[in-house]
Design a protein around this ligand. Structure first.
Ligand code: ATP
Length: 166
């Protein structure tokens, strides 16, 4: 994709602490998790200070956590972990969102970041999404020059790992 396609996505980088944003996002989604008896875990240092677009990174977190809750059966677990690692002269924000959900088949993994793609239509239709969340998440990561990786096993769960120069 060309950069002009991302032009609507203006990134405004400022120094900030990601932890309170993440805490609020977990708080907002707790209601959804509670309805499904899903345990939400939050692991983070006392502060996660760096430079990035606070609103966009919070939106990214919301998309990943919302999906993790949507695609995890009742009684499961969703864990958010934040950490900051040294990276060259700078640092890297590492976000992990891990669930004990339905997982993603190998043949779908390459396409879940495409716009409007939804794995196994029949199974996911009940969740009423549009298949846009992860494409937006990918744009936010790309705009920060970061990476997003997925590890998944069908029937066991999924982990999304985001690394952002911070
Ligand atoms: P929405 O636009 O409302 O987010 P969506 O959840 O269908 O709808 P995406 O967030 O783009 O769209 O996700 C694309 C597809 O990837 C989903 O339809 C689902 O099949 C799969 N997926 C995403 N996250 C997970 C997850 N944590 N576990 C299992 N499958 C997932």
């Amino acid at each position: 994709r060309s950069d002009s396609e991302h032009a609507f996505l203006e990134i405004v980088k400022e120094p900030f602490d990601f932890r309170p944003h993440a805490e609020r996002t977990v708080q907002v989604l707790k209601e959804l998790a509670d309805k499904k008896d899903i345990h939400l875990h939050f692991n983070s240092p006392a502060s996660v200070v760096g430079t990035g677009d606070a609103d966009k990174l919070t939106q990214l977190l919301y998309i990943l956590l919302d999906n993790a809750i949507k695609y995890t059966p009742n009684g499961g677990h969703v864990s958010l972990s934040l950490r900051v690692e040294p990276y060259k002269q700078h640092q890297l924000l590492v976000i992990s969102v891990k669930d004990t959900g339905i997982g993603i088949a190998k043949e779908d993994i390459g396409r879940i970041f495409d716009r409007f793609y939804r794995a196994d239509k029949a199974r996911t239709r009940q969740h009423g999404g549009h298949g846009l969340g992860l494409s937006i998440a990918k744009w936010i990561v790309d705009a920060h020059r970061g990476t997003i990786d997925v590890q998944s096993e069908v029937g066991k769960g999924t982990e999304f790992i985001v690394k952002i120069p911070f």
